[in-house]
Design a protein around this ligand. Structure first.
Ligand code: UDP
Ligand code: MG
Length: 326
């Protein structure tokens, strides 16, 4: 492909995962249109992926689509999770540049022109990094900070702190991401892993325009472990290290016990030592088994080769494009 400089985007795709967001969709669409109308010489398409919403999200999308032919929407057969919805959207998008964003207006559309400007200057991925976490509850801020530290220490890729899923991708990056075969998708890790020329811009997260967040503590923890296990072997390997350490220490302790028995004779029946060491070691074994189980579970989901998601309905896609949506 010839290098285009300055780069002109002919088509921009806005990819939005949607889960129970009927309250936000109209406002989101209106603000996106206002922002994109101001971009000269650029056509657009919206790809909304309804991740099995239980409210009127899909009906709302259908209504918006009746008035705006650039709206395309997929509806999953059930809730497959945000990662699957983003994967489906990236596959369905055909734009020269693709912007991924949340549907609750926490990612302000007004940032998009800055992203496009960076792309025109040569960036292949523009990551919108939140300036603060003021809109998050304290417990969640604590958990996220801990996660980023942990991830940074353990993982083979680095994810910038505060980088969410609000990003612009060049077509090449989208193709690279779409080509990845894995089922356990952790977009934050994947986007770092693929590399390319990445740039960051800061933005202020807004409050939700309506509705409620669908990520509770449990879901966030699962998400964190999914991310960690997709991009780090450390939780799996650390156990052999701890095993060697424990075995070494208990060997030393054994020597000490023999020496003590030789010098002083056998004093006590030794029940406490046995109990303590037994309980401790079995605890460690159970933890390590659990970690193995988590990884084996992931291997299991990968080898089953089930699709990431199932599409039940679609709006606005031409029959020819539908091959792309699976
Ligand atoms: N989302 C989704 N599937 C889910 C949960 C969430 O597609 O199972 C979407 C949701 O509609 C929103 C984005 O993911 O566009 C972020 O979700 P939310 O605002 O609930 O998360 P938070 O902003 O609290 O991280
Ligand atoms: Mg949100």
């Amino acid at each position: 492909m010839p290098h285009m400089d300055p780069r002109e985007a002919r088509l921009i795709s806005i990819v939005v995962p949607v889960y129970n967001e009927a309250a936000c969709l109209r406002a989101l669409h209106a603000r996106l249109c206002a922002v994109l109308d101001a971009e000269p010489d650029m056509r657009r398409e919206f790809i909304f992926v309804d991740d099995g919403s239980r409210d009127a999200s899909f009906e709302t999308l259908a209504e918006i689509g009746r008035a705006d032919p650039t709206v395309k929407a997929l509806r999953f057969a059930r809730n497959f999770g945000k990662e699957a919805a983003m994967a489906a959207g990236l596959r369905a998008a055909v734009g020269d540049i693709v912007v991924l964003m949340d549907s609750d207006l926490q990612h302000p559309p007004e940032v998009i022109p800055q992203m496009i400007a960076r792309w025109r200057d040569g960036a292949q991925m523009v990551i919108a990094v939140r300036r603060s976490r003021a809109t998050d509850p304290f417990s969640r801020r604590l958990l996220t900070r801990g996660f980023y530290h942990f991830f940074h220490a353990l993982s083979e890729v680095d994810i910038p702190e505060g980088a969410g899923d609000f990003r612009l991708f060049d077509r090449r990056v989208v193709d690279a991401i779409n080509a990845l075969p894995e089922r356990n998708r952790f977009m934050k890790g994947i986007t770092s892993w693929v590399g390319f020329r990445q740039e960051e811009i800061a933005f202020e997260v807004a409050e939700r325009a309506g509705g409620v967040s669908s990520f509770n503590m449990l879901r966030l923890l699962r998400y964190a472990f999914d991310g960690l296990s997709s991009f780090s072997m450390v939780p799996l390997r650390v156990w052999s290290f701890i095993g060697v350490l424990l075995a070494g220490l208990s060997g030393l302790y054994g020597l000490y016990l023999i020496a003590e028995a030789l010098v002083f004779g056998v004093r006590t029946p030794g029940f406490p030592t046995i109990m303590v060491s037994m309980l401790f070691v079995s605890g460690v074994q159970l933890i390590s088994l659990g970690v193995m189980g988590e990884y084996i579970g992931r291997i299991f989901t990968e080898v089953k080769r089930r699709p990431l998601y199932l599409v039940a309905d679609e709006i606005g896609f031409t029959p020819a494009a539908l091959g792309l949506t699976r």
